[in-house]
Design a protein around this ligand. Structure first.
Ligand SMILES: [Fe+2]
Length: 125
């Protein structure tokens, strides 16, 4: 059964779906079950993906990677997402953007921060 905020990926067409109403038995795309993404929490290798979270101006500032992640047409961070118990705020990024964002969310309320790389999938602080 799907759960709220899970992300499902289609390896054929790269469709990415976030669950906003849970309880479905399956998500199917291109004729196959979609893959439930498990966020990685520890970087390996030279490209960094784990969100680095700090408080700034009463909100939350997130940088992707302690060394900024590459942002090119072939390899970039698609989005950064900050969640509280009842809110999801997502900044969508283009390859020309800097892999960071400020979120108007009370730092004390944050329960999860995720980033998504087009090549290396889902990461979590
Ligand atoms: Fe990456």
């Amino acid at each position: 059964m799907t759960k709220l905020r899970e992300l499902y990926y289609c390896k054929h067409c790269k469709n990415l779906v976030e669950i906003t109403a849970e309880g479905a038995t399956a998500l199917v795309c291109c004729g196959e079950d979609m893959e439930l993404l498990e966020a990685k929490t520890a970087d390996q290798g030279k490209e960094k993906h784990v969100p680095v979270v700090s408080e700034k101006d009463g909100g939350v500032f997130v940088k992707v990677g302690d060394v900024p992640h590459p942002m090119t047409e072939e390899h970039w961070i698609n989005f950064i997402e900050v969640s509280t118990a009842d809110t999801v705020v997502r900044k969508e990024l283009a390859a020309s953007d800097v892999p960071e964002g400020w979120f108007n969310v009370n730092p004390a309320d944050v329960v999860n921060v995720r980033s998504y790389c087009n090549l290396h999938s889902l990461w979590q602080a």
